[in-house]
Design a protein around this ligand. Sequence first.
Ligand SMILES: C[C@](O)(C(=O)O)[C@H](CC(=O)O)C(=O)O
Length: 315
Amino acid sequence: MSHYESMSYQEQGLSPGGRLRQLLATGKTLVCPGVYDGFSARMALAAGFECLYMTGAGVSMSRIGMADLGLATQTEMVDTAGMIANIDPKTPLIADADTGYGTAANVFRTVERYITAGVAGFHLEDQVVTKRCGHLKGKECVTLSEYLTRIKAAVEARKRRGSDIVIIARTDSLATHGLGEALRRLKAAVEVGADAVFLEAISTKEQLEAYCSTFRGSRVVTLHNMVQGSPQAYKITPKEAEHYGLGIMLYPAVCLLPAYVGITSALRALKGGLVEDDPEGSTPAQIFQVCGMDEIQRTDNEVSDWVQKFEAENK
Ligand SMILES: C[C@](O)(C(=O)O)[C@H](CC(=O)O)C(=O)O
């Protein structure tokens, strides 16, 4: 390892986008667990992931208690993204930017706000603003020209802010227009300035192969969305993803589904009158540890030691 490589990202002077670009440049597939709040983000960090993904579906459900139907606002998304991105600024965060939340001016502002919040990369799609989860039926997409307007607004915001935030162009048009149009849209988005592409709801091997071979050998990073439990998601392992040359694998439901299962079962047990210690032996102290307890207490102690010393010296 060179001296430069052994330096922390901050010492290297890298921005969040720069860190993400550095990880992508290794050519390895970046496995990104979907997190949606401080707790899930802390658990993913504790598990040692190099990059996190903020799932819009997860934010919509955890923050406003609503299904992924385009109800979460720009402010709710930016607030959550900023909180997650700053828990451990060394670990880049890719955030869902949905449709950009309005017109070109809204997209521009979303991107500016994500940059300021410390987000490393985001994906922007071509569904209508009243969007829905990409794995549901009944999606509608805007025209290619409207889609490119969104991408261009994002590229402009990045340029005017002097940022290197990674722009991931997502298309949902595979479901509405077919593979040919979907690939055409992604190629056009790359021409406008997107760094990476995201073909939503790939459901067959043939689609995945056509998608990957379209961008193979180019500078463009390809992303595959592995929504566990969705029949619209063609499932591959991270090892297979390497073989396909995929740069990013998203796992939006990796925390959501176990949270649903675990919490529901604990609540059922409580409803049935059973309140027991966790059979796995987990305790509140243990989860406080995951959420930075030692560091917070160390800081507290250091600060009060310093103040005591200062007061003693200045009596
Ligand atoms: C990737 C996604 O946009 C997300 O919000 O995580 C969703 C995932 C989901 O709804 O399960 C999507 O694929 O649309």
